[in-house]
Design a protein around this ligand. Structure first.
Ligand code: ADP
Length: 238
């Protein structure tokens, strides 16, 4: 077994109190090794976002423990969790979440800026990353001047520019057409292979699930399936 990057042990997350408790996660145990390319699927309300929020320390479990890169996330205070996110985790969101008044390069530099990397070095680091994600020549465009697929490529550049151990992506292709989704997944898979960046992404889309190397399916806050995705055997023969 590869070295574990994320370890959830018997994690429960309840929302609400008294008679109105929602059991978002009901005893989830999951180990994600370094370098994995993992999709989390399941119907709406099954707990996907809750799981990602617990891994990033945006939320805390009601019971159980969450360890990321050797740190007990559930025991970090807010400042500690913010530092963990800044330094260890890249994020990609379904709505891209770029700053509209910053260029593609400035958006991609954002995490490096938070880390205090000087401006010249930031630019030197993000330009090759932008080129790698297929945005050569578009560094000075604003998000409003880019297509949805290109904006999500900027978001991926931002997520990986600081070389985090883990990239979390919540429904990264939800707003993209199927051809654009495919090419985005292809890019993520290539970055995973080239740079050993661990990707954990949630999705509803069976075609996106099929691109994962491991698929965890949640149902009613529990892990219902965990293994290679059904359609992956043919696709990954090469
Ligand atoms: P998914 O991402 O799979 O759609 P979520 O993790 O968002 O599922 O939600 C799991 C369950 O927890 C749902 O029933 C949802 O309504 C509930 N839930 C999520 N976040 C909150 C919250 N902040 N307050 C109350 N209930 C919540």
């Amino acid at each position: 077994m590869k070295e574990s990057l994320v370890v959830l042990s018997d994690v429960t997350r309840d929302y609400g109190t008294g008679g109105a408790v929602t059991h978002a996660l009901r005893g989830v145990s999951l180990e994600v090794g370094r370098g994995e390319f993992l999709a989390v699927a399941g119907p709406s309300g099954s707990g996907k976002t809750t799981l990602l929020n617990l891994v990033s320390g945006l939320d805390r479990p009601t019971a159980g423990s969450v360890v990321v890169d050797g740190r007990a996330v559930d025991r970090l205070d807010a400042a500690g969790a913010a530092l963990l996110r800044r330094d260890r985790i890249g994020f990609v969101f379904q709505a891209y979440n770029l700053f509209p008044i910053l260029t593609a390069a400035e958006n991609a530099e954002y995490v490096l800026m938070l880390q205090g990397v000087p401006a010249r070095e930031r630019r030197d680091r993000v330009l090759p990353v932008l080129a790698r994600v297929g945005l050569q020549g578009l560094a000075d465009r604003f998000p409003g001047e880019l297509s949805g697929g290109q904006q999500q490529r900027v978001a991926i550049a931002r997520a990986i520019a600081s070389e985090p151990a883990l990239v979390l992506a919540d429904e990264p292709t939800a707003n993209l057409d199927s051809a654009t989704s495919e090419s985005l997944l292809e890019l993520m898979a290539e970055l995973n292979a080239e740079r050993n960046v661990t990707f954990v992404f949630s999705t509803h889309d069976p075609r996106v699930m099929a691109r994962a190397r491991r698929l965890v399916v949640l149902r009613d806050g529990r892990i219902d399936q965990d293994g290679p995705p059904p359609a992956a055997s043919a696709g990954h023969a090469a």
